[in-house]
Design a binder for this molecule. Structure first.
Ligand code: DGL
Length: 263
């Protein structure tokens, strides 16, 4: 565990390309309400999904350094794209623990009855080595149908979560899964739970939608306990949000008692 010296009341840091990681932040906040938290919405670099490995690496290093300057004791990479492309490098470079999120293929593959699982994720995630390795592990027992959600993140960040544009894109992307008879759809991008209504309106009820935000929150608690840095003080936590571009809709999706700082 090295010379790890942070205190339990230091904050947990989060970053994503914008508001997507808030879906994970919410699960962590529900499970760990007394933990102080700092969320960085890196909307100036949006979207991550189409960027190269090198770019994602550079951006992720920069975001982590920002959070470390704020003395975060642990960082949650609240983004599938950044996790699958570079979490191993972040763990190597920085001393504090990193938690990531990647498409929940395993639970979907273990529970499918049709033997077919759909994964909706960014191009970056689907093209990553980590995704390739994980999906390959299950390739013998199940058929995985991959679909990139090109264009979805941009619309979500513009607040267009229920309009015709997003509905038409989703119809196109999900029809393939429906035709293939999948019975599990894995949401492999933290932005997608924000459009779960639009997604479930298109999918037949027989298809279960899976995301692993809850599982990642549970994993975070375990890691905090292992490192003995869980905050045992039962006092209201401080929750700070930072955003680095003007046009973010972050304010619309978090509780207005929380402060947002533009950096
Ligand atoms: N929310 C992120 C993810 O989980 C990034 C989406 C993007 O910026 O393309 O992949």
């Amino acid at each position: 565990m090295g010379s790890f010296f942070y205190m339990s009341n230091n904050p947990i840091g989060f970053f994503d390309s914008g508001i997507g990681g808030i879906t994970l932040w919410k699960e962590v906040h529900n499970l760990l309400p007394y933990e102080n938290k700092i969320y960085l919405a890196d909307s100036k670099n949006l979207p991550y999904g189409t960027k190269s490995d090198k770019e994602i690496e550079r951006i992720s290093f920069e975001n982590s350094e920002f959070l470390l300057k704020k003395e975060c004791k642990l960082i949650i990479v609240a983004c599938n794209t950044a996790t699958t492309k570079c979490i191993d490098k972040l763990r190597k470079k920085f001393e504090i623990p990193f938690i990531g999120i990647e498409p929940a293929i395993k639970p979907a593959a273990l529970n499918t009855k049709t033997g077919k699982v759909g994964v909706l994720a960014t191009e970056g995630t689907l093209g990553s080595n980590l995704f390739y390795k994980t999906s390959n592990k299950h390739a013998n027992s199940v058929k995985i149908i991959e679909q990139s959600g090109k264009g979805l993140v941009k619309l979500i960040e513009q607040g267009k979560m229920d309009g015709d544009k997003i509905k038409n894109l989703l119809k196109k992307y999900l029809q393939l899964m429906i035709n293939e008879n999948v019975d599990k759809l894995v949401l492999g991008c933290t932005h997608y739970p924000l459009i779960i209504k639009a997604i479930s309106n298109i999918l037949p009820e027989t298809i279960e939608i899976i995301d692993c935000n809850k599982a990642v929150a549970i994993q975070t608690k375990k890691v905090l306990e292992t490192y003995r840095i869980i905050n045992l003080n039962k006092i209201e936590s401080e929750n700070q949000f930072y955003v680095n571009s003007e046009n973010s809709i972050l304010g619309k999706i978090i509780d207005n008692r929380f402060n947002i700082t533009k950096i």
